[in-house]
Design a protein around this ligand. Sequence first.
Ligand code: 13P
Ligand code: SF4
Length: 354
Amino acid sequence: MALKMIDGVFVPEKFELPPRPDPAQQRQDAELFAEALELIRERKALLLAHYYTSETMQKLCEASGGFIGDSLELARMGSESPSALIILAGVRFMGETAKILSPDKRVVMPSLKAECSLDLCCQAEDLARVKSAHPEAVVVAYANTSAAVKAQSDWIVTSSLAVELGKYLSKSGRDIIWVPDRHLGSYIASLSGADLWCWPGRCIVHDAFEANALKFVMQEHPQAKVLVHPEASEEVVKLAHFVGSTSQILNFAKTDGGKEFIIATERNIFYKISQACPEVKLIEAPVASRSGYCISCANCPWMELNTLAGLIAALKEPEGHEVFVDEEVRVKALPPLKRMLEFSADLKAGRIVV
Ligand code: 13P
Ligand code: SF4
């Protein structure tokens, strides 16, 4: 079978995007830096920020002794840290993951409206129907899903582990129901040999990178290596010199020795790459446009909701910023999340070889 697309499930054609922050708001964020830092220290909070949050948010994270990472690392840090108050600057599934793993900690977010198009592509009721049509299959959900979807899954996985988990599970010979990213699904199937029922969801940011335009940019920069997140389309992935999660892309740039990189992921990652390798030239991979406008412009509109004003509000008055997960759902979502963390630790320690 290799890969078969699942049909008859709800995947939005268009997403309602939040308004982009204007320059005035960006200035305001910079002015709020000292106040935000003082509050974080005063409340003894731990700030966990994803690489896709704004440069100002990442700088605040560094100044406050917080942690910047990919979605797997944020999940791990949230559960391992002794801090009773976590500020999750990222999107909602990241806040929910932290809460599922650490129910006794208070988890707040600068904005609870920070969605993810992948999460919005996978309704829990649809998954229940697909599962009953394939009762023998293992359900593997991408971390970019709601707690209700995680609660129905056997495994959760992030992009940094997805191919390894596919290889590991393919040995059992069982089919996999993969939700919700179609591009990551086809990437897993092609590298792992696993048989996948693949959900047709997409990330609006990565889906927009465009292979033909990328070929032109590659011709203009023949020395540049192309680093791609696996949420991008198969055509773009095929042009990559390296494919990996956000942290893996950063590590590749740090260790490769190359002097020019074309990056096909959210552009806020440039902050950390430039900080680690100030001498390298970073080029944004081109995105498709509609009527001359790019939809995402390699910039996640929901990640942009992580403003310093929102962070201050979350610390001053958590109501409307605190993440809650229904206890019944949480208890069901916990084992597959723990399985992911254990799998990652076992792989790292060589206890599992795929
Ligand atoms: P990472 O797991 O690479 O951090 O990716 C999360 C994400 O949302 C990518 O769009
Ligand atoms: Fe979701 Fe895409 Fe934004 Fe990542 S970049 S949070 S996958 S919409």
